[in-house]
Every structure is written in structure tokens, then in C-alpha cells.
Design a binder for this molecule. Structure first.
Ligand SMILES: [Zn+2]
Length: 235
């Protein structure tokens, strides 16, 4: 391989590594955002469970105070019933007492159900708390890894950029100019000529281009303008 080509390919190798690092770096914000979204979702799931339990606890307190109020009513009615003289009024009071007692019974049944629900929900909250703590930790670890990775990529990038500048200074100026222009696009600037086929656009090149390439020159592809080289050139 001639020195012209050797220096160019050394530069291109470094620049492709820089390009890959930049691409990796560009992915990081989205990955980080996705993890932060997960963090919010985990916290929201836990809060939903805690809220369910709170709602049940409020219902329990409501039922308890309702039972206390009705018991109070029954007691007052019982005290008053002693003082009532008329039989029909006394019967009405007894009915009212029974009515209150029925209501108490209903509330007590409901209270038992609510307590069972609260027990189950309390268990769910504890499980959810444990699981979300583990999940939150792993997401935070991952976020921390992104930070380390970003630092590492940037450090590697700085080293490679310095290397690229050094290698570029060794490439012949007109060649470097052509290369730099092509580097702005997404493909690889210098590609191998595969027989008569351009390694970039896969078009067949003219015999002149092929011959130039084989003689060790670095011509442009007739179709896509990428730089072409042959390994067989001046080896
Ligand atoms: Zn081409």
C-alpha cells in the first residue's frame, strides 16, 4: 500500500471512530429521558397503591363514626322510651331503635369487609414499596452509568480528535480537501474498488477510473464521487 493511501486510510479509520462515538453520544439524551420516564412511572404506581389504601382507611373511619353515632341514637332512644306514656309512641320508638340497630349491623358488616380490604392493600403497598425501591435503584444505577459513559465517550473523542488532526497533517493537501468534503456526508469517504464496482454506490466505474485506481492513484467514483482505492495498487 502506498504512503498516500496509508495515511488517508489511517485518518479515515480515526474519523469513523469519532463518528461512531458521536452517534453513541447522540443517543444518550433519549435513553436518559426514557429512564427518567420509567422513574416517574414507578413512583406513580406506588402512589396509586398508597392512595387506594388511604381511601379504604377513610371509609373505615367514616363507618366507625357512623356506628358510634347510631349507637348514641339507640342509647338516647332507649332512655327516652322509658319516659313515653303512650303505647303507640313507645312502639314507634322501638321501631326506630330497631331501624338504627339494623343500620349498625349493616355498617359493621361493611366495616369488616373494609378492614380485610385494608389488610390486603397494606400488604400490596409493602410489596410495591420493596419492588419499586429495587426498580428505582436499578434505574438510578443506569442513569449513573450513562453519566460515566458520556464522560468516557467524550474523553475517547478528545483523544481521537487530536489523533485525527495529527493524521490529517500527514495527508497530502488536495487529497485531504476531497476527503474532508466527503466526510461531511454520512458514508465512508474512501472506499475500496471491488473489481469494477464502487464500494459505496455499487456502480460500475469507467475503465479509466479503474486503471487509475489500479495504478495506485485515488480517483473519484464516476457516479457518487467517493474516493476509490485498490489494495493491489502499489503493494
Ligand atoms: Zn460510487
Amino acid at each position: 500500500m502506498n504512503k498516500l493511501l496509508f495515511n488517508l486510510l489511517a485518518l479515515q479509520d480515526v474519523d469513523m471512530k469519532i463518528r461512531a462515538l458521536k452517534a453513541r453520544l447522540a443517543m444518550l439524551p433519549a435513553e436518559r429521558a426514557a429512564n427518567e420516564k420509567k422513574l416517574v412511572a414507578v413512583s406513580a404506581a406506588l402512589k396509586a397503591r398508597q392512595d387506594q389504601l388511604k381511601t379504604t382507611e377513610v371509609a373505615i373511619r367514616t363507618a366507625e363514626s357512623e356506628i358510634a353515632r347510631l349507637n348514641d341514637n339507640v342509647q338516647k332512644l332507649q332512655v327516652n322510651s322509658v319516659l313515653v306514656k303512650k303505647n303507640n309512641e313507645y312502639q314507634a320508638m322501638l321501631t326506630e331503635i330497631q331501624h338504627n340497630k339494623d343500620k349498625i349491623s349493616d355498617h359493621e358488616t361493611k366495616l369488616l369487609e373494609l378492614m380485610e380490604t385494608a389488610d390486603a392493600q397494606c400488604q400490596q403497598v409493602k410489596t410495591e414499596e420493596k419492588q419499586s425501591a429495587a426498580r428505582i435503584q436499578s434505574i438510578k444505577d443506569e442513569l449513573q452509568e450513562f453519566t460515566s459513559l458520556e464522560k468516557e465517550i467524550k474523553e475517547q473523542g478528545r483523544t481521537l480528535v487530536a489523533k485525527s488532526k495529527d493524521f490529517a497533517s500527514r495527508v497530502e493537501s488536495s487529497l485531504l480537501e476531497r476527503y474532508t468534503r466527503l466526510l461531511k456526508d454520512s458514508g465512508t469517504p474512501a472506499v475500496k474498488l471491488d473489481g469494477e464496482i464502487c464500494g459505496n454506490c455499487r456502480s460500475k466505474v469507467t475503465p479509466q477510473t479503474r486503471n487509475a485506481c489500479r495504478s495506485g492513484m485515488i480517483p473519484n467514483c464516476d457516479n457518487c464521487s467517493h474516493m476509490l482505492y485498490c489494495d493491489t495498487g502499489n503493494e
